[in-house]
Design a protein around this ligand. Structure first.
Ligand SMILES: Cc1cc2nc3c(=O)[nH]c(=O)nc-3n(C[C@H](O)[C@H](O)[C@H](O)COP(=O)(O)O)c2cc1C
Length: 214
């Protein structure tokens, strides 16, 4: 097997800069601007983000999830509440989001607090999903062990037959979360590792941004 020289893999960044004067007054407007640029640039799944949670034993865990909404309230994603992330959030609502927009030499980091979305918001989103995904959500008890792929496929067939000819209801263990941000960092790669890092935090006078050393 040929060895990959990881120590030699590096990129020089120089596409853009991020100055204090470029910042929107609040991180959500700023995030929407960068998300728009990620979409415009044709990035694959620009709404894919890494969500990190912490278990009862203090161990962190991370996984990709799709951002399905952003507003002044915060960031929204949907998942199975009985999954590892769901049970970790039930015990500790603090979490982190990361948007890895490598082709733009950017990342956005969010530290926040997650709360379950109201059932009507979950139902509204679930109702708009493709039928196959709705059936899959019933068939898969996310993050719990399965004996093999056959067991999963049999569960899918069973669910498919059960809901034949009618709407697929929202599974009890399916839900969504709103992550209310406590800090949002915008990172732009610059030459010589002199990257720009500007982090917003809430103050009594609204959001304030501070520069961090790269
Ligand atoms: C690009 C991408 C998008 C994903 N989007 C979601 C999502 O929106 N919701 C979800 O539950 N899992 C999503 N997944 C699967 C998760 O990464 C993960 O495997 C699953 O949620 C179980 O995670 P957990 O066991 O840590 O709870 C996505 C995976 C990828 C690679």
């Amino acid at each position: 097997m040929s060895e990959i020289e990881l120590a030699a893999l590096r990129e020089e960044y120089g596409r853009a800069g991020l100055d204090e004067a470029d910042l929107a007054p609040d991180p959500i407007t700023m995030f929407e601007r960068w998300l728009g640029e990620a979409v415009q640039a044709g990035l694959h799944e620009p709404n894919a983000m890494v969500v990190s949670t912490v278990g009862a034993d203090g161990a962190p865990s991370s996984r990709m999830v799709l951002l399905k909404g952003v507003s002044k309230q915060g960031f929204v994603f949907f998942t199975n509440t009985g999954s590892r992330k769901g049970s970790e959030l039930a015990g500790n609502d603090r979490c982190a989001l990361l948007f890895p927009w490598h082709p733009l030499e950017r990342q956005v980091r969010v530290d926040g607090v997650a709360s379950p979305l109201p059932r009507e918001d979950v139902a509204a989103y679930f109702g708009g999903r493709p039928r196959g995904s709705q059936l899959g959500a019933h068939a898969s008890h996310q993050s719990r062990p399965v004996a093999g792929r056959d067991e999963l496929l049999a569960a899918y067939d069973e669910v498919s037959a059960r809901f034949d000819g009618r709407d697929v209801p929202v599974p009890d263990e399916w839900g969504g979360y709103l992550v209310v941000p406590e800090a949002v960092e915008f990172w732009q790669g610059r030459p010589g590792r002199m990257h720009d890092r500007l982090v917003y935090r809430p103050t009594t006078q609204g959001w304030r941004a501070e520069r961090l050393a790269p």
